[in-house]
Each structure stands twice: as structure tokens, then as C-alpha cells.
Ligand binder design. Structure first.
Ligand code: GLU
Length: 365
């Protein structure tokens, strides 16, 4: 018998519904059956399920998925309850109670909300329920929504100190190139925690409002790895995928966890927060931040983008535009524009001498 582990499993819209939004009962039944078997092995399972907006399209009998946000939000409300009805039925038939939890970014941003959400999820697990999470699309408007359940699943995995994050999708995992166009594409079965794949384009997740796609799965795997959580990307249609992933068998692409786990605060700065600007720094500052773990000073700043205020989260980029870190700024954008490039001795006394303190900086490169 393997040791009991806590598993967060996420399944995407394209695996759950067809293009008209009709829910695939067989997929949900198979998933519920696997969740119950995984629990019977002694493990705890939390499900993050997409598909609400899509199921809403079918619920209202629309010929195609609309594109305007208010309609999509309204559809999610109709679809979410239908989705839960199917989960309730298939888990209930196996004697397991499903429990719906809808989250918005604020629940990760506000520390008290964050602790509340965590307590509720832990209590649900203690009560023997399967928590089923989705973003609260009906009230999370476009400006403040993640729109991406891969990210939510990774953040939930961190907050619950999960052992494993399983991202179920419609491909078998991560390939060396696009398998639809390249016959030589190979499936990558393991990615180590120090693999450059987990460092490059780390900033992408900040602006990624669209859902799904490999980029958002890689970003989620990266968040998981930084959180000390093993992550797996695998095909939802693969037989026994969840049970086998819980046994650490190769079922897709596995991302090995980092042994250094970021604090909740740094994880939030690095991966959960909304980015409100960008600061470009010179090569000396890149070295100071990435190699020596220093704070960012005005002297190293060469360019400032955006209209951020004190305590906003910004991306820190090198002169080639590559995102190397994210951090919480100690001064607003206009002030920073007037002091960029200045040495500490030349700064007015009333201005913060650090742009981003090392304790508020997450190096991603
Ligand atoms: N929350 C959205 C839904 O349930 C999906 C977000 C995603 O695809 O990641 O429809």
C-alpha cells in the first residue's frame, strides 16, 4: 500500500463537453469512478472542473458559444449547476458526497479569504466529501478573473500542501514539438525541477486570460514545482489515469517538485497576483537579483512601463524583454521614472531607496 497523498485533479472544458456544450456523461462517470477508487486507496482528492460556460451554451440551446463577457458570465451560472448535477449523480451513486466551492482571485489575494477557503476545503476533506472547485465566473469580471482553471488548480494545490497535481486534458502530455504537425514529436515523460522549461517565459501566466492550452498548463506545472508539488499533465481519456498517477506511474508528463517551497506570500507575488506594470533592469541588476539575492535599487532600472502604484505587483525584465522576476514595488510608476538610474546617494531622503525589497521578490529565471 502506497502512502496516502493529497491530490488536486483538474479537468478542462474540451475533455468534458462537445463544441455545442453537451456534457459528456461517460467522461464524468469515468472520472468519478476513478476518484472513488483513488480514495479507496487511502488518498484525498480535490477536483477542479471547468466546463460551466460551455455547459451553459447547451443549457440555453445556443447554436454557438457567444463571445461577449456578460453573456459568458450568465451562461456559466446556468452551466455550473448542470455540471454539478452530473457530478452529484455519479459520485452519489458511489456513496460519495460532492461539494461545490467557487473561488475568485480575491480569495487568493486577501490573506483572510485565503485562509477561509483553505479551512473550508480541509474541513470538506475531513468530512469525506469531494470538493469540486471552479472559478466563480458569474461574478468574477474580466478585469479580475483568472479565466484559467489550470492556474487555480495549482494555487489550490499549494494552499492545501497537496502532494500531486494532475492536469487532465485532451493531449497525452507535453511534446518536444506539436504532434499534430510534426511526426517526429516525442512525449516528454519527466521534467526535472531545474529544467529550463520551468523557468522560461515565466511572465506569460500574468497576461494569460484565455483558458486552456499548453502555456497555461506549463505555468501551472511551474507554480506546482515552486510549491513543492509534483505535477502531471495527462490525457483525460487514458484508462485509469488518475489511479496510476497516484502511484507515480508514467501516464503523461511529470514535473518534479522543487525541494525549496516558496512561502504563501511569495507564491502569491510570483504566480497568483495580477501584474500591473513592468520594470526593465540592466545586466548588473539582473545579476544582483538572480545570483546574489539582492533587492532592486533605482540605479539598475532602465525603463518603467505601466501606471502602477505603491504595493502593485510588477514584472522585472532584462534588457532583452525576458521576465526574470516578479515583485511588489515600494514606489509608484511616476516616482520611479524620476529616480531610475540614480545611485542611492543621489536620492532624496523621503523616497524609498529600494524599488522592490528582496523579501517581496520572486526570481523566476
Ligand atoms: N471557469 C471556466 C468554466 O468553467 C473555465 C476556465 C478554464 O477553461 O480554465 O467554464
Amino acid at each position: 500500500m502506497t502512502a496516502a497523498v493529497r491530490i488536486v485533479v483538474k479537468i478542462g472544458t474540451s475533455s468534458l463537453t462537445d463544441e455545442l456544450g453537451v456534457i459528456d456523461e461517460q467522461v464524468i462517470e469515468s472520472l468519478c469512478e476513478q476518484i472513488v477508487r483513488t480514495r479507496d486507496l487511502g488518498h484525498e482528492v480535490v477536483l477542479v472542473s471547468s466546463g460551466a460556460v460551455s455547459a451553459g451554451v447547451a443549457a440555453l440551446g445556443l447554436p454557438a458559444r457567444p463571445t461577449d463577457t456578460p453573456t459568458l458570465q450568465a451562461l456559466s451560472a446556468a452551466g455550473q449547476s448542470r455540471l454539478m448535477e452530473v457530478y452529484n449523480r455519479h459520485l452519489g451513486a458511489r456513496g460519495v458526497v460532492a461539494a461545490q466551492v467557487l473561488l475568485v482571485p480575491h480569495d487568493f489575494i486577501d490573506r483572510r479569504q485565503y485562509l477561509h477557503a483553505r479551512h473550508t476545503l480541509v474541513r470538506l476533506l475531513e468530512l469525506g466529501c469531494v470538493p469540486i472547485i471552479n472559478e466563480n465566473d458569474a461574478i468574477a469580471n474580466d478585469e479580475i478573473r483568472y479565466g484559467d482553471n489550470d492556474r487555480i488548480a495549482a494555487l489550490v494545490a499549494h494552499s492545501l500542501s497537496a502532494d500531486l497535481l494532475v492536469l487532465l486534458t485532451d493531449t497525452a502530455g507535453l511534446y518536444t514539438s506539436d504532434p499534430r504537425t510534426d511526426p517526429d514529436a516525442r512525449l516528454i515523460s519527466r521534467v526535472s525541477a531545474d529544467d529550463p522549461l520551468l523557468a522560461v517565459s515565466a511572465g506569460r501566466s500574468g497576461s494569460n486570460r484565455g483558458s486552456g492550452g499548453m502555456a497555461s498548463k506549463l505555468a501551472a506545472a511551474r507554480t506546482a514545482s515552486f510549491s513543492g508539488v509534483r505535477a502531471v499533465i495527462a490525457a483525460a481519456s487514458r484508462a485509469d489515469v488518475l489511479v496510476e498517477a497516484s502511484k507515480d506511474l508514467d501516464v503523461g508528463t511529470t514535473f518534479m517538485p522543487n525541494d525549496r517551497k516558496l512561502s504563501a506570500r511569495k507564491l502569491w507575488i510570483g504566480f497568483a497576483s495580477l501584474v500591473e506594470g513592468a520594470i526593465t533592469v540592466d545586466d548588473g541588476a539582473v545579476r544582483a537579483l538572480t545570483e546574489w539575492g539582492r533587492s532592486l535599487l533605482p540605479a539598475g532600472v532602465v525603463d518603467v512601463r505601466g501606471a502602477f502604484v505603491e504595493e502593485s505587483i510588477v514584472e522585472v525584465r532584462d534588457v532583452h524583454g525576458e521576465v526574470i522576476a516578479r515583485g511588489m514595488v515600494l514606489c509608484d510608476a511616476d516616482t520611479l521614472r524620476t529616480i531610475k538610474g540614480k545611485r542611492t546617494g543621489d536620492l532624496p531622503a523621503e523616497i524609498a531607496h529600494e524599488v522592490v525589497h528582496r523579501d517581496d521578490l520572486v526570481v523566476l529565471a
